[in-house]
Design a protein around this ligand. Structure first.
Ligand code: 5GP
Ligand code: ZN
Length: 135
């Protein structure tokens, strides 16, 4: 399989690495939303959150907290976004699970907003019930 994040995570392609352990490599995003934008990459391939093991998911988000604190401390940012895209429709462009840690500054140019979907309370309750029954 020709996966660029597999190669980066396993050190076959060099990257600006800020953290590494047996399961993950954390790198600086090559095209950052803001200075300090990091990516958390598992070393084993999983395309997205549906495919990755529960154990690694837990470790990945625990690591996101650690990286978020380091990003906040080192950039003195006003906020941090934790972003994890799944599927093209959600903005995923590299199909190897990863978590973005993005420092945010008051009035920066990063756009991460969404409008409000036109719906009603019955539809919200109905989809909530469907999700509950899918767990
Ligand atoms: P996605 O849109 O899939 O959630 O995010 C992919 C991210 O990976 C983007 O922010 C993009 O800038 C970053 N990226 C893509 N290719 C490379 C690369 O070769 N090296 C690094 N460091 N980041 C990459
Ligand atoms: Zn991969």
């Amino acid at each position: 399989m020709d996966c660029i994040f597999c190669k980066i995570a396993n050190g076959d392609i060099p990257s600006t690495t800020v953290y590494e352990d047996d399961d993950f490599r954390v790198i600086m995003d090559i095209n950052p939303a803001n200075l300090g934008h990091c990516l958390i990459l598992p070393k084993t391939h999983a395309a997205n959150i549906y495919d990755i093991s529960e154990e690694l998911t837990g470790k990945a988000f625990t690591l996101a907290k650690k990286i978020a604190k380091a990003v906040q401390k080192s950039t003195d940012c006003d906020g941090v976004n934790i972003l994890q895209n799944n599927g093209e429709a959600a903005g995923q462009t590299v199909f190897h699970f990863h978590i973005h840690v993005i420092p945010r500054l008051k009035d920066d140019d990063v756009k991460m907003s969404f409008g409000s979907f036109k719906t009603d309370s019955e539809s919200i309750a109905a989809i909530g019930e469907k999700i509950k029954n899918s767990l």
